[in-house]
Design a protein around this ligand. Structure first.
Ligand code: SF4
Ligand code: SF4
Ligand code: FES
Length: 248
């Protein structure tokens, strides 16, 4: 008998409809990952009992663990579907959408809150106008190396899913933010907006809401040193609070 891959998928038809489970058995091919199993279901939307069902929908883009779009819970662990190899997963493989973001449909969630947070902390280096600005400031190799670690963030949401402080009842902006503030504050031009970024992570929902459980750093597929960023920003925000006090 031909080898099959068994999957159990949490489904939802739209934002308002309830969640339900469906099981699938798709033909096995060597080297398959979770996305290729989902493509198989999309091509042939029939459940394990032989009933025709609505094709399962999910998000994906780069297919090489760079964009973060395909993040979901695979056998209960938050990770990217494109780098989850079928041969390395216990079956039936359970697929669920992340639980900390608003559901959209099937395995798709709305990670918009993360992008809103990036705007809030000005997670970019501002360069106004199209005129020639001349060479930028030199960045020391040691600073570049550190910045590179944080620049690998793909806004995937794994750290947010793992963080006990980030949930629908809390205003906490979440761990990935601290990596991005550290990154842009370390750039000589980005540092011009350093105080605005620090102000944005101070107060309600900011850095002090972190409970220091360190789940975030363990969940990050890019091994971004988030707890290091949290420690560093703790010191930076304390200095900033004193500065603000002295100005008043
Ligand atoms: S250290 Fe814990 S509470 Fe703080 S951001 Fe990371 S997971 Fe969340
Ligand atoms: S810090 Fe890591 S886990 Fe969090 S969004 Fe960025 S890449 Fe994903
Ligand atoms: S599709 Fe881009 S990370 Fe998986």
């Amino acid at each position: 008998m031909a080898k099959t891959v068994r999957l159990k998928i949490a489904r939802r038809d739209n934002v308002h409809s309830p969640r339900y489970w469906q099981e699938f058995a798709v033909p096995y091919r060597a080297g398959m990952n979770v996305i290729s199993a989902l493509i198989e279901i999309q091509r042939h939307p029939v459940d394990a009992a032989g009933r025709t069902v609505k094709p399962v929908v999910w998000d994906s883009n780069c297919l090489e663990e760079v964009c973060g779009a395909c993040t979901m819970l695979i056998n209960g662990k938050v990770r990217q579907a494109c780098s989850a190899l079928i041969d390395q997963l216990e079956q039936p493989i359970t697929l669920e959408p992340m639980s900390k973001f608003p559901p959209v449909r099937d395995l798709i969630v709305d990670r918009g809150a993360m992008f809103d947070t990036l705007k809030k902390v000005r997670a970019w280096v501002p360069i106004d106008g199209s005129h020639h600005l001349g060479p930028g400031p030199k960045v020391a190799p040691a600073v570049q190396e550190k910045a590179y670690l944080f620049s690998r963030c793909m806004t995937c949401g794994c750290c947010m899913e793992a963080c006990p402080q980030f949930n629908s009842h809390s205003p906490f902006i979440g761990p990935f933010t601290f990596g991005q503030v550290t990154l842009f504050n370390s750039h000589p031009t980005g540092a011009l907006n350093k105080h605005e970024r620090l102000d944005a992570i101070m107060g309600v929902g900011g850095l002090t809401d972190c409970g220091n459980a360190q789940n975030c750093v363990r969940a990050c597929p890019k091994e971004i040193p988030l707890t290091e960023a949290i420690g560093h920003l703790g010191w930076e925000t304390t200095k900033r609070a004193f500065q603000r006090l002295l100005k008043e």
